[in-house]
Design a protein around this ligand. Structure first.
Ligand SMILES: [Zn+2]
Length: 131
């Protein structure tokens, strides 16, 4: 016999509900490495841990960028329970500098995200960018 689920049970919104395999994590996202969009000419760095929830979408710092940004949840779904996970990669923003509605597609956004993900074993880890 099938038991009815309350509607909220299938869509957990907190991190633990979404990623039960992840006990601890650190995610470092560096974008705009040349500091082109920042006031102080420095890259924009975001640091996320299980204590500060990862937003579903990391916004692109290019103020003219539309449809850009980064979603990392897909990567976190491949983390296995109690297994250390480390991943480092670069993403080009897939946004463009067109109009907000998308009628006119502008130049592709040149912003790049450098992402370092570490989960379930943070003990001996140091971000490569900080070395
Ligand atoms: Zn962008």
């Amino acid at each position: 016999m099938k038991k009815a689920q309350p509607f909220f049970a299938s869509t957990p919104t907190n991190f633990q509900g979404k990623f039960p395999n992840i006990s601890t994590y650190e995610i470092r996202i560096e974008q705009d490495r040349s500091g082109y969009h920042s006031r102080d000419g420095k890259p924009t760095v975001g640091l996320y841990t299980e204590k500060a929830n990862l937003p579903p979408q990391i916004g692109c710092v290019n103020p003219r960028c539309h449809r850009g940004g980064l979603s990392l949840e897909w990567y976190l779904h491949s983390v296995k329970k109690d297994e250390p996970f480390a991943y480092e990669t670069d993403f080009f923003c897939n946004g463009d500098e067109g109009t907000p509605g998308g009628r006119k597609k502008g130049d592709p956004c040149l912003n790049r995200f450098h992402v370092e993900i570490r989960a379930n074993d943070l003990s001996s880890y140091k971000y490569r960018s900080d070395r």
